[in-house]
Design a protein around this ligand. Sequence first.
Ligand code: TXA
Ligand code: MG
Length: 350
Amino acid sequence: MNTEIVKISINDSDFDVKIKKAAEIIKAGGLVVFPTETVYGIGADATNPKASISIYKAKGRPSDNPLIIHVDKAEMAEEYAYTNEVYYKLAKKFMPGPLTVILMAKSSVPKETRGGLQTVAVRCPENHIARALIAASQVPIAAPSANISGTPSPTNAEHVIDDMYGRVDMIIDGGACDFGLESTIVKIDGDDSVTLLRPGKITVDDLKAEIRNVYIADAVTDKLEKGAVALSPGMKYKHYAPKAELVLLDCDDISNAIKYIKDENVNNIAVVAYEEDISEFKDEIKNAFYYSFGKRDSEEEQAKKLFAVLRDTDKKNFVKIYAPLPKQKGVGLALYNRMIRAASHKIVKL
Ligand code: TXA
Ligand code: MG
């Protein structure tokens, strides 16, 4: 397939013309990769079953793993899902923004888009290009992250081109994504109660400020038990796995991490380290490749770097990668959730 790459910035004098061209592709059932504030998505008309099927194909994604439908206003969900008070309470505070809400689906959403479920995931992104594209397409846009299934989500156009060139009709290059990890996903349980299915920029505390009961699905922090039913189909698939073995070191004193890595004595390793620790690591372990993970307390900086770091390791053929285990607080919970999956739950307590 021929893939057109189009750079778009809000300040372009021909912004509307470029968006219109992309929207024509969506309306015709084609695939357009576009930026959001979280990660890039592969977009298609969510109401067109054939278009949804071609998303699964382009990603190599199992067809029972449903797609999020992207709307340009919270109210646009009305036509596609059964909304309720909790939805509008969340929407008022967090939409547009990096929140996805699971609702009962209306029949206007084909089963292909829903991965066969009765529910549908709804998100109203904040990114200007994403919103303009949805508005111009006049349909909700189904969009999973624009990576080949199982690799880290793309946070810039280069990542997208690596994975999707030749598999989609158009790639919109809108620069680096602001946040860098996928949206927070919640399921509504009742009048004043939600369950967190995937942590993101909107944290548990952010949700608790609006909703009385915020439960955290076990699979957010733990391994899904064999045979257990996943609340979100994505929970059961391996995610974000780099080619090299990733090991997460759970320690407060970096001298323990240094000792552990030295004792393991593996050749061809990468160390992901907080900025404050890098020089101490380098003094002690000379033959490692180092990635700066940003400042220890700056989880937002780490969120922005994580997927780019994981993707880069795949280009360098390391045998092992060592990284710190994030704390499960605030945005740290989103980092923790992605990193334990990338590491297939290999955590070493030091
Ligand atoms: O930030 C994001 O959410 C990005 C951008 C592109 O918007 N999209 C994204 O989509 O991360 P995807 O498909 O890579 O991840 C969506 C997750 C999957 O794990 C899927 O299983 C889950 O949402 N999901 C989708 N529909 C669902 C539903 N009806 N019930 C439960 N989980 C659902
Ligand atoms: Mg994904």
